[in-house]
Ligand binder design. Structure first.
Ligand SMILES: [Zn+2]
Length: 418
């Protein structure tokens, strides 16, 4: 057996800046635990310089997220070359394992369910861990209690670090707390999707956990869960009514013919292969999932919204140069396609406004900052009855006519809604 100090190895994670404190606390906790078990190994942590990552959606303002590289030595490599690779949590309702990992599990095939390949015991397990031999690439599935013996420490620190790196909306809270405790709640897959759709304003305002932390908003997945399991405990009367109405709208939506739920499910095919794809395709292959998987299923709304945006961009005729009307001029009777709808948080605390972009049938691009959410979605055909030209702008090399005081009607909706 090799000690960690001999197999010096480190791993660097890019952690969202607002998470660094949480990581420090987790590392401290892991170290206290090591000290208590008389293990001489310690996690040491090195925090690098923050850097910004730009989230670019063509035609929309760039969102900048700050990350900090955090380098950890890994006393978990206390058994030769074995390294912690993933945690798998069993969904007792869907009867599938959901995989949480920070890495792609290349060449991994799940072994027999519930087997611990350290002690050889097979039994029902809520959580199993995957370790990987860095020399040979071999994977082993290890039970929770054996992992500590196998690697020297429970890698409870790791979920904190990789939770935000696993694709769409991995629910780190679900990974950490979503085990046995809430396993009795059952949700219908189609209902979860319909509800997430309704509660996120048809996908335009889906709040991921990351954005929720960042913007101090409630994650859509949590609102969905509250609506499904705890609506009766909501004290605020209007909130409770809102959730009940959303449930009813979702019920109507899921029951309607040719409803958007099927399209959202079909959008799974646009995903690249990987753990997220495996997770959501397994879960949505079932009629019901456990409460712990609700966030993953709900997150499909973002996949669909992205596919729609892409489709709209591809379908739209190329923008023509030039503008519609002169500033202050009144425009009337313009037919257009909605290119995108995006909530824009004001820096001045005056709340959210909505940036809506249109491609007029003439090929001109129109932009509108609406102070309220409008009943339009990406891909909709609209008739702009009247609008006042605000200014002429150029964004991303495209001429954009900014409009205000817009009156419009929707001619046809790209999506069936309740
Ligand atoms: Zn075991």
């Amino acid at each position: 057996m090799t000690s960690a100090s001999e197999t010096v190895s480190s791993v660097t994670y890019d952690v969202p800046a607002y998470h660094v404190d949480m990581v420090c606390a987790a590392v401290d906790k892991a170290n206290r635990r090591l000290a208590r078990s008389d293990n001489p190994d310690r996690f040491t942590m090195c925090v690098g310089a923050a850097f910004a990552v730009r989230d670019r959606t063509p035609g929309f303002p760039t969102m900048v997220r700050e990350y900090v590289p955090v380098t950890l030595n890994t006393p978990i490599i206390s058994v030769g070359p074995w390294m912690f690779a993933a945690t798998r949590r069993y969904d007792p309702v869907a009867q599938v394992y959901v995989t949480f990992t920070h890495t792609s599990l290349t060449g991994y095939t799940p072994p027999e369910d519930g087997i611990c390949q350290h002690c050889g015991v097979r039994r029902a397990r809520t959580v199993v861990h995957i370790v990987r031999n860095t020399d040979t690439g071999e994977y082993r599935q290890v039970g929770s209690s054996c992992l500590e013996m196998f690697l020297g420490v429970q890698p409870m620190t790791w979920p904190l670090l990789f939770a935000h790196k696993i694709g769409e909306d991995i629910d780190d809270a679900e990974l950490r707390f979503g085990g046995a405790g809430v396993g009795t709640d059952i949700a219908e897959v189609r209902e979860v999707i319909a509800l997430a759709w309704v509660l996120s304003d048809r996908g335009t305002d889906y709040v991921t956990r990351e954005v929720a932390d960042f913007r101090r908003r409630v994650a859509t997945a949590d609102v969905v869960k509250t609506a499904l399991f705890r609506a009766h405990t909501v004290r605020d009367g209007s909130e409770r009514r809102g959730l009940r109405e959303a449930m009813q709208a979702a019920g109507r939506l899921a029951g309607a013919p040719d409803n958007v739920v099927d399209e959202i499910l079909a959008s799974i095919s646009t995903l690249p292969e990987g753990t997220y794809y495996d997770n959501v395709s397994q879960l949505t292959g079932r009629d019901y999932v456990g409460a712990g998987s609700v966030g993953l299923v709900a997150s499909l709304v973002t996949v669909y919204a992205r596919a729609l945006r892409r489709r709209a961009a591809e379908a739209a005729d190329p923008a023509v140069a030039g503008y519609l009307g002169e500033p202050k001029e009144l425009l009337t009777g313009i037919e257009a396609t909605v290119l995108g709808v995006r909530p824009i948080d004001s820096d001045f605390g005056s709340g959210t406004s909505w940036l809506i972009k249109f491609r007029a049938d003439s090929g001109h691009t129109l932009t509108w900052f609406a102070s309220r959410r409008q009943e339009v979605a990406t891909g909709d055909r609209v008739h702009i009855t009247r609008a006042r030209v605000k200014s002429h702008n150029r964004y991303d090399g495209i001429d954009e006519t900014a409009i205000k005081l817009v009156k419009l009607t929707t001619l046809s909706s790209a999506q069936q809604t309740a």
